[in-house]
Design a protein around this ligand. Structure first.
Ligand SMILES: *Cc1c(COP(=O)(O)O)cnc(C)c1O
Length: 471
């Protein structure tokens, strides 16, 4: 059998997996010319967030709100109970979250950052530390707006793109102990723990780590709040990599992990398979009371929190679907398929391949560019120019400025993220993307980088504008 006649599974010495769904409705997509892409990117200030979706061919900007809903979710949309107060869909959502995530109280929000605002305002006292396993953009901003001081307590391996540690999202307990010793437990608002750490490359936290963290926090009376946005994907990695979990379902692992935490916020636009939505779930009544009171100020009444009844119904169904082992396996399998193609061609990227995205190591990709020339942003721009693939920067632009000194924060990881929407693209799309990355890599030495031409005050990566550095 020639190589051409072999399936990828055979080439890799394994049996292939396939998506646990078939396609019922399609959305046509169109390729642009190189000339059109050049004009569109110039207009967008070399920021892929400012491109019109129409001008994009394969959109890997984010896995946020970009999932394809199932026929069941769409059917659920017809069951929306659009009452201002006490919608039936809210009670279904509440009991679904209680069932799968195990928390006692639920506050709905319009998306993840709405929940981040509530929890940050409800429990952070000005000047308190909020240790986290690396930062996330909106999470840290809300913590800082509430007066908190972020402290990175992730293990060192997370900052090393070549480390093959199986749980690079783990908290370094010694770093937490050192912070408690230095600042006292009273000055720590809570531990901000994220499942599959986005900024580290979609890297998971082990069950052993959260269990030990719980024990440490119990000694000091510190609470743990979980960013559950991609916790289902984290559960899959535990099933695959951690001893004693191979025979447990993703749903059972999720429930156990959450049981070591005091509450969670959720961007339902990720794991939960909806286009909009979020929630905050809590175990302590006092925190719940505060959050439930604040939600009416920022989001809407506590039985809709900025979502329509139909959105809450689709979300409840999305939760049930996303914890199915078959679903998670094929979702992460698709990400790995793309990653394996790139690996074979020696493209530098974060290892091991994470749950929701391929993180190209832009620093190594463009090792001739200084970080001040925004290699991650440059790579995103080049990918768009080559084939209309939209990626996003996760490096110095996303890291923003230090509130104390006003200087750029220069993170060790300078990455460009190819994020795979759930249930949207096929294996052929992944091949087109891989070939585009290869083409950009082959001409990397001609690339000169970007300079910033406009910088907004908050979350600058969304709206900043750039110009090419001319040689
Ligand atoms: C997307 C995201 C958020 C914020 O949620 P939104 O729904 O975009 O407001 C918070 N944490 C993580 C890890 C995320 O990926």
């Amino acid at each position: 059998m020639t190589n051409q006649m072999m399936t990828t599974g055979q080439q890799l010495g394994r049996r292939s997996w396939a998506e646990p769904w078939k396609i019922k409705m399609v959305e046509p997509m169109f390729m642009t010319t190189a000339e059109q892409r050049g004009a569109a990117l110039g207009e967008a200030g070399y920021n892929t967030f400012l491109l019109k979706s129409e001008d994009v061919y394969i959109d890997l900007l984010t896995d946020s709100g970009t999932s394809a809903m199932s026929d069941r979710q769409w059917a659920g949309m017809m069951l929306g109970d659009e009452a201002y107060a006490g919608s039936r869909n809210f009670y279904r959502l509440e009991s679904t979250i209680q069932h799968y995530y195990g928390y006692r109280y639920v506050v709905p929000t319009h998306q993840g950052r709405g929940a981040e605002n509530l929890i940050s305002q409800a429990v952070i006292r000005r000047g308190q530390y909020v240790p986290g396993n690396m930062y996330f953009t909106t999470t840290r901003l809300h913590q800082e707006l509430a007066g908190g001081i972020f402290a990175d307590v992730i293990i060192d391996e997370a900052h090393d793109p070549s480390s093959l540690h199986p749980f690079k999202g783990n908290v370094d307990l010694d770093k937490v102990r050192a912070l408690i010793d230095r600042e006292s437990a009273n000055n720590i608002a809570y531990i901000s723990l994220a499942g599959t750490v986005n900024m580290a490359g979609g890297q998971p936290v082990s069950m052993a780590n959260v269990r030990e963290l719980r024990a440490l926090c119990d000694q000091h009376g510190i609470r743990i709040y979980l960013d559950a946005t991609r916790m289902v994907e984290n559960a899959f990695f535990i099933q695959e990599r951690e001893e004693g979990y191979a025979d447990k379902s993703v749903a059972a692992i999720l429930l156990e992990f959450c049981s070591y935490t005091d509450g969670a916020w959720m961007s339902a636009k990720k794991d939960n398979l909806v286009n909009i939505g979020g929630w905050l779930a809590l175990n302590h009544e006092d925190v719940y009371e505060r959050a439930r009171n604040m939600v009416v100020v920022y989001e809407g009444l506590h039985t809709y929190g900025g979502m329509a009844g139909r959105d809450m119904e689709a979300l409840a169904i999305g939760i049930e679907e996303c914890v199915q082992d078959q679903h998670v396996r094929s979702r992460i399998g698709q990400v790995r398929y793309l990653g394996t193609l790139l690996e074979q061609w020696g493209i530098p990227m974060v290892q091991p391949i994470g749950g929701h995205a391929i993180f190209l190591n832009a620093r190594a990709f463009y090792d001739h560019l200084p970080q001040s020339a925004f290699p991650g942003q440059t790579l995103a721009a080049e990918l768009y120019l080559d084939g209309g693939v939209r990626a996003m920067e996760r490096g110095v632009v996303s890291a923003g400025r230090d509130p104390e000194t006003g200087d750029h924060r220069y993170p060790k990881l300078e990455l460009t993220r190819l994020t795979i929407p759930r249930r949207v693209y096929t294996q052929s799309h992944m091949e087109v993307v891989a070939e585009s990355v290869k083409a950009v890599y082959d001409r990397r030495s001609e690339t000169r980088g970007l300079k910033m031409a406009y910088e907004p005050e908050y979350l600058r990566f969304f709206q900043a504008r750039f110009e090419p550095i001319s040689g």
